[in-house]
Design a protein around this ligand. Structure first.
Ligand code: SAH
Ligand code: DHB
Ligand code: MG
Length: 234
C-alpha cells in the first residue's frame, strides 16, 4: 500500500519483512501490469509452480539487459514466460530472444503469455532439453548472444555455462539465478545435485581467466537466494 511504512518493531530478518519490503518496492517501482500480472495468473491457473523471479528481480534483469544494450538474449528455463517478458521488453525493435524449456505444457503457457505481452515476434520458446537445444543452436551457427539468463535445472549449470560460452562474444553478460539456495550452496552438509552443480559452476567461473564474475545474495518474496553475474572477456 502506498505510504505505508514498515514498523520498527517488525524490522527483524524474517520472511514476512522480506515480503513486506518487496511489496513496498513493487508498489512504488513497478505497479500493475496487465501482461506480467496476466502471465502469473495464467501460470497459476495452469498449475505451474510459482518459481518465477520476483517482479523486482525481473525488472533487475530487464535493466541489466538494457544497461548492456542487449539485442540478442538467450534464456535457459522459461516456465510460464514471466522472466522472458521482462527480458523481451528490454530488446530494441529488431532484437531477438530465444528461451529454452523442457516441458511442452510450460512452453504452451509461456507462448500464450508472451503473445499477450505483444512479444511473440521477438521471443521464441524452443521446446526440448536445454542441452539439446543449445547444441542445435551451436550446430546451426547461431550468432552470439549479448545476454544469457541461466535459470533451469541447476545441476546442469556447468554444462549450460560451457555451451553458453560457445554462444557468446567478448562482452556477453551471463546471469544465473538461484545460486544461494538458502545458503545450501556453501553448506558442506548438503550434497544435492543442484548445489553440487552450483559449486562446480562457481569453480568454472573462478578458473576461467576470460570471465569476470561476482555473486550477490538476495532476500525477498522468493526467499533467500542469489544471482551470479559474469562478463565474458576475450
Ligand atoms: N525463468 C523462469 C523460471 C524458470 S523455472 C522465470 O523466472 O519466470 C525452471 C524451468 O526450467 C522450469 O520450467 C523447468 O521445466 C525448466 N527445466 C528444467 N530442466 C530443464 C532442462 N533440462 N531443459 C530445459 N528446461 C528445463
Ligand atoms: C526453483 C527453480 C527456480 O528457478 C527458482 O527461481 C526457484 C526454485 C526450484 O526448482 O525449486
Ligand atoms: Mg530461478
Amino acid at each position: 500500500m502506498l505510504g505505508r511504512v514498515i514498523q520498527t518493531e517488525s524490522r527483524v530478518m524474517n520472511e514476512q519483512t522480506w515480503q513486506a519490503v518487496d511489496d513496498w518496492f513493487c508498489d512504488r517501482l513497478i505497479g500493475p501490469d496487465d501482461a506480467l500480472d496476466g502471465a502469473l495468473a495464467a501460470s497459476a491457473k495452469a498449475g505451474l509452480r510459482a518459481i518465477n523471479v520476483a517482479p523486482n528481480q525481473g525488472k533487475f534483469l530487464h535493466l541489466l539487459a538494457r544497461i548492456q544494450g542487449a539485442r540478442r538474449i538467450l534464456e535457459i528455463g522459461t516456465l510460464g514466460g514471466y522472466s522472458a517478458i521482462w527480458l523481451g521488453r528490454a530488446l530494441p525493435d529488431d532484437g531477438a530472444m530465444v528461451s529454452l524449456e523442457f516441458s511442452p505444457e510450460n512452453a504452451a503457457v509461456a507462448r500464450a503469455n508472451i503473445a499477450r505481452a505483444g512479444l511473440d515476434a521477438k521471443v521464441t520458446v524452443m521446446t526440448g532439453l536445454a542441452l539439446e537445444s543449445l547444441d542445435a543452436l551451436i550446430a546451426q551457427g547461431e550468432a552470439p548472444f549479448d545476454f544469457v539468463f541461466i535459470d533451469a535445472d541447476k545441476s546442469n549449470n556447468p554444462t549450460y555455462l560451457e555451451r553458453a560460452l560457445k554462444l557468446s562474444r567478448p562482452g556477453t553478460v551471463i546471469v544465473a539465478d538461484n545460486v544461494v539456495r538458502e545458503g545450501r550452496v556453501t553448506d558442506p552438509a548438503h550434497h544435492e545435485d543442484d548445489v553440487v552443480g552450483l559449486r562446480r559452476y562457481f569453480d568454472m567461473l573462478a578458473r576461467d581467466k576470460r570471465l569476470e564474475t561476482t555473486a550477490v545474495q538476495t532476500v525477498g518474496s522468493k526467499g533467500w537466494d542469489g544471482f551470479a553475474i559474469t562478463v565474458v572477456g576475450s
